[in-house]
Design a protein around this ligand. Structure first.
Ligand code: 4UW
Length: 601
C-alpha cells in the first residue's frame, strides 16, 4: 500500500513507499548476487593492496563458518567478539560467524583492555578474533571470559600455541560441520551504544533488522543503483566496520551491490590521499570531520578528487558551510558531485533518513502523487493481489475526501537541501514530539524525533528497563535527537536531548567517563558534557567537585581518564573545578547549563 503523508495525526510516512520485509538471513542477502561479480575485487586494503575477489570471499565465509563450529566447537547462539580494524578479512570472519549462527559483537581495536572486558563480559563472549597488534588485549580479556573456546589470530599462520587459532589454518582445514538453518528473527549482531542515557549497552539486531535496512537504503529511487549494480563503482571508506555505519551502511550495503570497497586500517592523511590517487574512488563514505579534512587540509588538492561522484556523510552533525567549502575545493557543482547525508542510530541498523541520490522530479505523463491522507493500492486484474512498482492493475483509493482530487503533481518539487539529513527511507515512519507537551508537532517545529520501522532493534541485551525507555509499547524508537521537518518532509537535526557526546562520529558516554573519575577517592561529584569543537564536532569536558580538604589537579584527572579509556574519550575539552554540580530536584545533572558554561571558557 502506498501511503501519502498524513497531516492530520502528524505521523509522517516515507515518501518512498514500502520494502518487502523478507525471509533472508544477512549473509544470504549480502552475497545473493555474488556470482555476477565472482572474479571482481570485493574488499581491498588501500595500504597493503591485499584483496579478495567476491568468489573467494564467499568461499572464505563458508569455510570460516564450518571451522568455527567444527574445529573451535562453538555453537549457534554463542557470542564472538571482534577486535579488528578495517581489513579485508573483517568481512570473511564476521560473515563466517553470522553464517554459523553465532552472535557477533565488535569493539574498537584502540579500546583499553578494561573497555573491551566490560563489553565482552557483558554479553558473554566465548571467542575473540583479532590481529597480532591487539593480541595482548585479547588474551588479557579472555582470562575474564567463562567457557572460553579460543582466540582467532587473523594474519597468523597456524595454531601451535594452545587456544590460538590461525585464521588462515582455520580456512585451509577440511571441516565438514553442517551449517545450521537460521531464523531471520534471531539476533546476529550486538553492537554497543549508550543510547539516550547511561553506560554503553548491547543493541540486539536481528537478520531481519539488518536486511530490511539494506533494502531500505537500496531503494532504487533513493540510491543510484537501479540497473547499475556491480558496474565499476569504487568505494573509499573510513567509517569503521566495527560501528554500525561502517558495517551495515558501508560494508554490507556495497558488498550486496558488487562494488569494490577500498578500506584503510588506520586513517592518516597520506594513506587516504594515496588511495584517492591510486584507486580513483567514485564514492566516499565519510564522517563530518573527514569532510572537513577534505575541504580544508592543504595536502588535499582538487586533482585528488577528480574521480569522486558521490560523498555520503553522517554519524554527527555536518558543520555549517562545510559542504559548500568542499565544492569550492574541488571546483565542482552540486550536479557534478553529489553530497548526500544519512542519519540514523545503532538502534536502527542504522539508516532512517537519507537525502535521495536521484531527486524526485515531475514526470511527463504521470498524474502525480497521492494527496494527503490518501492511500492507494494497485490490484491485479487476474489474482486480486496488491502489485509492486511498474505492474498495472486496478487503482483502489482510500481517503476522507469528498472532492474528486486524489492524485496531483506537486507544485514544488522536493530537492536536496543543504543542512538536511534527508527524507524517511521506505517503510519508516516518524513523528516530532513536543519536549514540553508531548504532542506531535507540525512542519518547522522542533521536538524529539521518534521513528518506527522494521530496522528498529529488538531491544538492549539483558536490559529490559533501558529497552522500555527507548522503544515504547507502540514500537516508536525515541531517538533523543531534536529535529524538525519542512514542507517537503526533509528533516533537520538541531540538537540532542540525550547525554551522548560525539567525537569525530565516535560515541562517547558521559556516564562512562564520570564513573572513571568518581573512582578517585578525592572526588565528591562530577559531570561530563560535550563542548563544540571545529574539527572533532564535540570534545568531552569534565566538571569536578572535590571533597573538602582533598587535592587533585586537572592533569591528574585528565591522566586517569587517558589511562583507562581510549583516546577519543580523553578530556580534550578540559577540566573545571566547581563548588557543586547543577542538578534538578530529581538529582538529574543539568547538562545544558554546563554546556553553556563549558563553551564560554
Ligand atoms: N546528523 C546529525 C547526522 C547524524 C547525527 C547520526 O553511533 P550511533 O548510534 O550511530 C551512528 C549512525 C550513523 C549513520 C546512520 C545512517 C547513515 O546513513 C549514515 O551514513 C551516512 C550514518 O552514528 O549514533 C547515533 C547518533 O549520532 C547522531 C545522532 O545524535 C544520533 O542519535 N547522528 N547521524 N547525519 N547527527
Amino acid at each position: 500500500t502506498q501511503t501519502a503523508p498524513d497531516f492530520d495525526n502528524k505521523i509522517l510516512n516515507s515518501p518512498w513507499g514500502e520494502i518487502k520485509v523478507g525471509n533472508e538471513t544477512l549473509t544470504e542477502y549480502v552475497f545473493s548476487d555474488y556470482e555476477l561479480w565472482d572474479d571482481k575485487p570485493s574488499v581491498t586494503c588501500g595500504v597493503s593492496g591485499r584483496s579478495y575477489p567476491y568468489g573467494m570471499l564467499r568461499m572464505m565465509v563458508e569455510k570460516c563458518a564450518m571451522a568455527l563450529l567444527g574445529h573451535m566447537r562453538l555453537s549457534p547462539g554463542d557470542r564472538i567478539g571482534l577486535i579488528l580494524p578495517n581489513i579485508p578479512e573483517f568481512a570473511a570472519l564476521i560473515h563466517g560467524a553470522i553464517r554459523a549462527g553465532l552472535v557477533v559483537t565488535f569493539a574498537n581495536p584502540l579500546y583499553t583492555a578494561e573497555e573491551v572486558r566490560r563489553q565482552f563480559t557483558d554479553c558473554g563472549v566465548k571467542a575473540i578474533g583479532t590481529i597480532e597488534m591487539f593480541m595482548p588485549v585479547a588474551l588479557e580479556v579472555s582470562k575474564s571470559l567463562k567457557d572460553y573456546k579460543g582466540t582467532i589470530w587473523v594474519g597468523g599462520e597456524d595454531d601451535k600455541v594452545k587456544g590460538i587459532f590461525g585464521f588462515r589454518s582455520l580456512l585451509m582445514a577440511d571441516h565438514t560441520a553442517e551449517l545450521p538453518q537460521l531464523n531471520c528473527d534471531d539476533v546476529c549482531l550486538i553492537p554497543y551504544s549508550s543510547g539516550t542515557t547511561g553506560m554503553p549497552k548491547g543493541v540486539m539486531l536481528t537478520h531481519t533488522n539488518l536486511v530490511s535496512n539494506l533494502k531500505q537504503a537500496r531503494c532504487p529511487k533513493i540510491m543510484k543503483y537501479e540497473g547499475e549494480k556491480g558496474h565499476g563503482d569504487v568505494i573509499l571508506t573510513v567509517p569503521p566496520f566495527f560501528h554500525i555505519y561502517g558495517f551495515n551502511a558501508v560494508l554490507n550495503y556495497n558488498l550486496s551491490l558488487g562494488y569494490h570497497i577500498v578500506s584503510i586500517p588506520r586513517f592518516t592523511p597520506e594513506d587516504y590521499i594515496k588511495c584517492l590517487v591510486e584507486q580513483q574512488p567514485t564514492t566516499l563514505f565519510v564522517v563530518p570531520s573527514l569532510l572537513t579534512f577534505l575541504a580544508t587540509h592543504p595536502l588535499v588538492k582538487k586533482e585528488h578528487l577528480q574521480s569522486v561522484q558521490t560523498i555520503m556523510v553522517g554519524a554527527a552533525p555536518t558543520t555549517d558551510g562545510m559542504l559548500e567549502k568542499f565544492l569550492l575545493k574541488c571546483e565542482k557543482t552540486k550536479d557534478e558531485i553529489k553530497l548526500l547525508q544519512g542519519y540514523g542510530m545503532t538502534e536502527s541498523s542504522p539508516v532512517t533518513l537519507m537525502t535521495p541520490y536521484k531527486y524526485p522530479y515531475n514526470k511527463v505523463g504521470s498524474v502525480g502523487q497521492l494527496v494527503p491522507s490518501t492511500q492507494a493500492r494497485i490490484v491485479s486484474l487476474t489474482t486480486g493481489e496488491n502489485l509492486h512498482t511498474h505492474n498495472s492493475g486496478e487503482l483502489y483509493l482510500k481517503g476522507p475526501q469528498s472532492s474528486p482530487v486524489t492524485l496531483m503533481t506537486p507544485y514544488k518539487y522536493p530537492y536536496n537541501k543543504v543542512g538536511s539529513v534527508g527524507q524517511l527511507v521506505p517503510s519508516t515512519q516518524a513523528r516530532i514530539v513536543s519536549l514540553t507537551t508531548g504532542e506531535n508537532l507540525h512542519t518547522h517545529n522542533s521536538g524529539e524525533l521518534y521513528l518506527k520501522g522494521p530496522q528498529v532493534m529488538k531491544g538492549y541485551w539483558n536490559n529490559e528497563a533501558a529497552t522500555r525507555e527507548t522503544v515504547d509499547s507502540e514500537g516508536w524508537l525515541h531517538t533523543g535527537d531534536v529535529a524538525y521537518y519542512d514542507e517537503d518532509h526533509y528533516f533537520y537535526i538541531v540538537d540532542r536531548t540525550k547525554e551522548l557526546i560525539k567525537v569525530k562520529g565516535n560515541q562517547v558516554s558521559p556516564t562512562e567517563i564520570e564513573s572513571v573519575i568518581m573512582e578517585q577517592p578525592e572526588v565528591a561529584d562530577v559531570a561530563v558534557v560535550g563542548i563544540p569543537d571545529a574539527l572533532a564536532g564535540e570534545l568531552p569536558k569534565a566538571f569536578v567537585v572535590l571533597k573538602v580538604n582533598h587535592k587533585l589537579t586537572e592533569k591528574q584527572i585528565y591522566d586517569v581518564v587517558a589511562q583507562k579509556l581510549t583516546k577519543y574519550k580523553r578530556l580534550e575539552g578540559g577540566v573545571t573545578f566547581l563548588q557543586s554540580i547543577p542538578r534538578n530536584a530529581a538529582g538529574k545533572i543539568l547538562r545544558n547549563e554546563l554546556k553553556v558554561l563549558g563553551s564560554k571558557k
